[in-house]
Design a protein around this ligand. Structure first.
Ligand code: AMP
Ligand code: GLY
Length: 427
């Protein structure tokens, strides 16, 4: 294989994509890195490009004009819409699954049925297409119980109901249109009890390799209180996923999934993100995502020693067998700074200062998510805005460094949780 520089197109605009861009840009093989649409942080690593990622012919044309050797798709939505299929059909290498394989994230019912077919441990469940039979089933089984809209509902389609009334209400909300088309079908499943972890595997259609684990903090408030968010902070490694547990997850969950999808003729290529519950019995699958976690990706990128570009290209080209990612012998932790009011309403346009001061501190890297540049001023432009991240010898050290970074940022309209990492540090 030649070692000519490779041009790469990265799709996305969040902290996840800033971390991917930061790591990709370190590759000795990187030629030009383009990002669509990117953000001001990604702009430090890549050439920001105005392209509509859903206008597939334009993306294909851009790739041809700029000799793109690999397209890396960050978020799930373009994958569920078929971007990877359009690129592959045009002979362009892409890191990300086909539309058919992306149904793992696009439909919870699809994933549940695949689990049964492949013998993958997951909560017992039933699927319903209308309210009356769903409610009759709920009255039969009672609470606690979990009610989910089938489709992608921006992370809001899941109700962990502690009472029967709550569960019945959740069914009404789904079929009443609260989640639009995502709620046309409902999955009702048993409550799993244990510790949650985010597990990642890179796949090339046939081969899957472990790509590490992390733990997120989904609730907005300290002590895991308040409403669910996209994630308020993460760390890696996850102490609950030791080497033996990692092998169990690969053997009991990841490899059977990849084999089942290959056997169906819809092989999975890209990153498989398994949301796990580590129960008394072992690992159980809560859900699949077909992309990196955000903010989990940020801590994985800080720990990854290997060349990310080589790994993603090997996945896209079906050459993963024998590839073993190397990790730094360090922990990483990221704290999400969000706009006050998130995950509800929040203001945009408030000024942010001090990123350079934070990054001057030992081990600190700041990834940008919802930011924008207003002439010379960096301003907030979304709910989750900054990922103040750090490495350290232990999770406790990474935590102390990340919060030193947070304290160096001057953004009056921002807030963060002050307890990211509590579970790991408490162990
Ligand atoms: P999901 O969107 O499927 O990841 O669900 C969101 C969150 O709901 C998960 O991260 C879990 O905290 C919780 N959850 C979902 N399904 C279950 C389950 N069967 N048992 C316990 N908690 C669950
Ligand atoms: N942090 C959880 C997710 O990306 O879905």
């Amino acid at each position: 294989m030649s070692n000519a520089p490779l041009n790469v197109l990265l799709i996305g605009s969040g902290g996840r994509e800033h971390a991917l861009a930061w790591k990709l840009a370190q590759s000795p093989r990187m030629g030009r890195l383009f990002a669509v649409p990117g953000n001001p942080g990604i702009g430090h690593e890549a050439c920001l490009t105005a392209l509509d990622p859903y206008d597939f012919p334009s993306v294909v044309r851009f790739c041809g004009e700029n000799q793109i050797a690999l397209v890396v798709v960050g978020p799930e939505a373009p994958l569920v819409a078929g971007l990877a299929d359009a690129l592959r059909a045009a002979g362009i290498a892409v890191f990300g699954p086909s539309k058919a394989a992306a149904a793992l994230e696009g439909s919870k019912g699809f994933t549940k049925d695949l689990c049964i077919e492949a013998g993958i441990p997951t909560a017992a469940y039933r699927r319903f297409a209308e309210a009356e039979s769903a409610k009759a089933y709920l009255r039969e089984v009672g609470a606690p119980i979990v009610v989910k809209a089938d489709g992608i509902a921006a992370g809001k389609g899941v109700v962990v109901a502690t009472t029967l009334d709550e569960a019945l209400e959740a069914v009404d909300a789904c079929f009443g249109g609260a989640f639009g088309a995502a709620g046309a079908e409902v999955v009702i499943e048993a409550l799993l009890v244990g510790e949650e972890a985010s597990f990642f595997a890179i796949c090339d259609g046939r081969t899957a390799i472990s790509f590490g684990a992390a733990q997120d903090h989904k609730r907005v408030g300290d002590g895991d209180t308040g409403p669910n968010t996209g994630g308020m902070g993460a760390y890696s490694p996850a102490p609950v996923i030791d080497a033996a547990m990692e092998e169990r997850v690969m053997a009991e969950i990841i490899r059977p999934t990849v084999a089942a999808l290959a056997a169906r003729g819809t092989p999975f290529s890209g990153v498989l993100f398994a949301g796990l519950m580590i129960t008394e019995k072992g690992p159980e699958l809560i859900e699949y995502n077909v992309r990196f976690g955000d903010p989990e990706c940020q801590v994985l990128m800080l720990r990854l020693e290997s060349d990310l570009l080589e790994i993603l290209l090997a996945a896209a080209e079906g050459r993963l067998e024998g590839v073993t990612p190397r990790w730094r012998d360090e922990a990483a932790l990221t704290v999400v700074m969000a706009a006050k009011g998130y995950p509800g309403d929040y203001r945009k346009g408030t000024p942010i200062e001090g990123i350079d001061d934070a990054e001057a501190l030992p081990g600190v890297t700041v990834f940008q998510a919802g930011t924008a540049q207003k002439s010379l001023q960096l301003v907030a432009h979304g709910g989750r805005v900054l990922n103040v991240s750090a490495t350290g010898a232990t999770i406790a050290e990474a935590q102390a460094r990340a919060y030193a970074g947070v304290d160096a940022i001057r953004w009056d309209d921002g807030f963060c949780r002050r307890d990211i990492g509590w579970r790991a540090i408490g162990r």
